[in-house]
Design a protein around this ligand. Structure first.
Ligand code: XLS
Ligand code: NI
Ligand code: NI
Length: 444
């Protein structure tokens, strides 16, 4: 096997390890114990195959800029896929991260027929199993790409043509089985084309019914093959479709409850999707945790000045700490983790740039974990939240929640008691200062 990342000849050193002159993490040390668990187990970091190895650095105005020899035209597709896989596993091993994620088409070339695509996937998945055994790298999740091929332009499960639905079903079946074969911890469905652009051609109710049929089919097959990983939907409000059905966590929850699917699916929350939906990432994480919907994270960041999914590497400890705090408060990940759904900027053409992007993002997560653990330990935020709702723990609040009073009884009681509740400060600025106090005082 030829080494690809020759400009990073040795594994990246973890924080605290002796300096060998190579690349190193400033904070991330997988074996460091924080709040009773190692950093590696808290963060469960994954590298994504698609942006890092399958994307040439192209944009809508220009061709690929990256040095990715396996993407060159005219190569034998399986040999090229093998070279790509070698480079990917070399990268995972040198970066020292425990997981990866992939779509079917990132790893294996599409054939002329579904049967040929499946054979290609089987060959590459078998080979990946060998690489995983060699390196110890595990699969956080697999997914089928149901959005790039022209057949999916009008959707996959929500397509007006049932043959497209069947084609998508075949792809998901193969990829779910491949994920199971590789011991994947989760399986993701992102519906970038499950939506619409003009309002003149779709039948919205029909499309919803189609999606509501697709999701239980996947869940049934999961059980049939004995896959015990978690099924995850990845909300995103738009891009590529103008209107996407899985707009945000709240919309997904409503859909799942409406079709009695809330026990089958959790969410994979992507930072930049959250911000595109008009929420903060912190909001989406807190909402999902409080509604039993939380599954996994696609870590990245958007650009505050433009409105698309730029998938930049996360670098704000201030923002990330708040989300990691909610995750810790909720008991941490079970099968999920932090997948780097991130891509380099188009001018970052050195092979080592892929390392710099991930190292910075992983250190941001590690540092956010230290801050979040300190916030939990400090307890100020939770005490303030408890105090704010103390009235509901007993007395009047308890009786209302327990259904002991109807509207008339409550009204009579309010009148008889001459109730005159006074506003209480929400203390937003004080709370923000408490967060900063902890961010600024937490040592590395
Ligand atoms: C695109 C999505 C995609 C999913 C996997 O915006 O983030 O990368 O994570 O299909
Ligand atoms: Ni994503
Ligand atoms: Ni995305």
């Amino acid at each position: 096997m030829t080494e690809f990342f020759t400009d990073v000849p040795q594994p990246v050193a973890f924080a605290g390890a002796p300096d060998t002159g190579g690349l190193r993490y400033q904070v991330y040390d997988p074996n460091r114990v924080v709040a009773g668990t190692t950093m590696a187990e808290h963060l469960r970091i994954a590298v994504c195959y698609w942006h890092s190895f399958h994307w040439p650095g192209s944009d809508i105005f220009g061709a690929g800029t990256f040095d990715r020899p396996w993407l060159a035209a005219g190569l034998d597709p399986i040999e090229a896929a093998m070279a790509k896989q070698d480079a990917a596993f070399e990268f995972f091993a040198k970066l020292g991260t425990p997981f990866f994620c992939f779509h079917d088409v990132d790893m294996a070339p599409e054939g002329a027929t579904l049967a040929e695509s499946r054979r290609n996937l089987d060959v590459m998945v078998e080979r990946a199993a060998g690489k995983m055994a060699e390196t110890g790298v595990r699969l956080l999740w697999g997914t089928a790409n149901l959005f790039s091929h022209p057949r999916y332009a009008a959707g996959a499960a929500t397509n007006p043509d049932p043959q497209v639905f069947a084609h998508a079903a075949a792809q998901v079946r193969h990829m779910l089985e491949a994920t199971h074969r590789l011991g994947g911890a989760n399986y993701v469905l992102w519906g970038g084309r499950e939506g619409y652009e003009p309002l003149l051609n779709p039948r919205l109710r029909r499309e919803a019914a189609q999606l509501a049929r697709f999701l239980p089919l996947v869940a049934e097959h999961k059980r049939r093959i004995g896959f015990t990983g978690t099924l995850l939907l990845e909300p995103k409000p738009q891009e590529p479709a103008k209107h996407q059905y899985d707009y945000d966590c709240s919309t997904v929850l409503g859909f799942l409850e409406r079709y009695d699917l809330a026990d089958e699916y959790r969410v994979n929350i992507e930072v930049n999707h959250a911000t595109l939906s008009g929420h903060s990432f912190h909001h989406e994480v807190a909402f999902a945790l409080d509604h039993g919907l939380f599954g996994s994270i696609d870590a990245n960041r958007g650009d505050p000045q433009n409105g698309w999914d730029t998938d930049q590497f996360p670098n704000s400890v201030d923002e990330m700490s708040l989300a990691v705090y909610e995750i810790l408060r909720g008991g941490g990940f079970t099968t999920g983790g932090f997948n780097f759904d991130t891509k380099l900027r188009r001018q970052s053409i050195d092979r080592s740039d892929l390392f710099h992007g991930h190292i910075g993002g992983i250190d941001t997560l590690a540092r956010s974990l230290l801050v979040a653990a300190a916030m939990l330990d400090d307890g100020t935020i939770e005490r303030a939240r408890d105090a704010r709702y103390a009235g509901w723990d007993d007395g009047l609040g308890r009786r209302i929640l327990d259904g002991e009073v109807d509207l008339a009884a409550l009204a009579d009681e309010a009148v008889a008691g001459d109730l005159d509740p006074r506003p209480v400060s929400g203390r937003q600025e004080w709370l923000e200062n408490q967060v900063n106090r902890i961010i600024w005082s937490t040592p590395n």
